[in-house]
Design a protein around this ligand. Structure first.
Ligand code: 5RP
Length: 221
């Protein structure tokens, strides 16, 4: 029987729960797959000490389950960060930010010991870039950053009617075939006005729980 992508998301969310240390504070990502995880986390909420959210939406959903949401500045130790991805390779490099939460996702995941990525099988790719790369930009720098990105060979498109939780805009960059994700991640972040970009390659995932028709496949590097 074929599993739908949503069934795969639920399955990887359930599997991720098994990776959560009892008594810890969990970093929680953003998006539909992360939402499945939050709903599963609610079932074991008495076994954790709270969560750090990567977006206002995630914070709201955690709170709706009466899971305590902590300020990252008051937390020293996040053993595990769980989040989805828009694209991921076998090297566990990712494009994230389809939901626009890339900057906070990058901050929370940077502080976590282990990044567990949970996705359905449609997200696994050989080369990153078919999914437009989201870039969070300070609004006044939008045109300048767009021109710089064109120089790098990308086609930036302003995400219409969208403001990030940090009050910024998103440029979605089409037409990139990202063969060196670490290099591009670093190069983009040198452009003045970019807050961050959606490449998660310098800090990749540590574990991918990939939904498939035959159950959850675990990929590590
Ligand atoms: C949000 C993200 C999400 O992790 C990414 O967009 C995947 O979302 P979904 O689980 O809904 O496919 O980076 O900023």
């Amino acid at each position: 029987m074929t599993k739908t992508l949503n069934e795969q998301k639920l399955e990887v969310a359930k599997t991720a729960i098994q990776h959560i240390p009892i008594g810890s504070i969990i970093g929680v990502g953003t998006g539909s797959t992360a939402n499945y995880f939050i709903d599963e986390l609610a079932k074991v909420k008495n076994k954790i000490n709270g969560a750090v959210a990567s977006s206002d939406n995630t914070a709201q959903r955690l709170k709706s389950h009466y899971i305590e949401v902590l300020d990252l500045n008051n937390v020293n130790d996040i053993p595990v960060y769980v989040d989805g991805a828009d694209e991921i390779t076998e090297h566990l490099h990712m494009i994230k930010g389809g939901g626009g939460a890339l900057t906070r996702e990058k901050i929370v995941s940077a502080t976590a010991k282990k990044f567990i990525c949970i996705t359905d099988e449609s997200k696994l790719v050989n080369v990153l870039g078919e999914f437009p790369l989201p870039i969070e930009v300070i609004p006044m720098a939008r045109s300048y950053v767009a021109r710089e990105i064109v120089q790098l060979g990308g086609h930036p498109v302003l995400r219409e009617k969208f403001t990030t939780d940090n009050g910024n805009v998103i440029l979605d960059v089409h037409g990139l075939k990202i063969l060196n994700p670490i290099e591009l991640e670093v190069a983009l972040n040198q452009i003045t006005g970019i807050v961050t970009n959606g490449l998660f390659a310098k800090r990749s995932a540590d574990i991918l729980l990939l939904g498939t028709n035959n159950g959850v496949r675990t990929i590590t590097i």
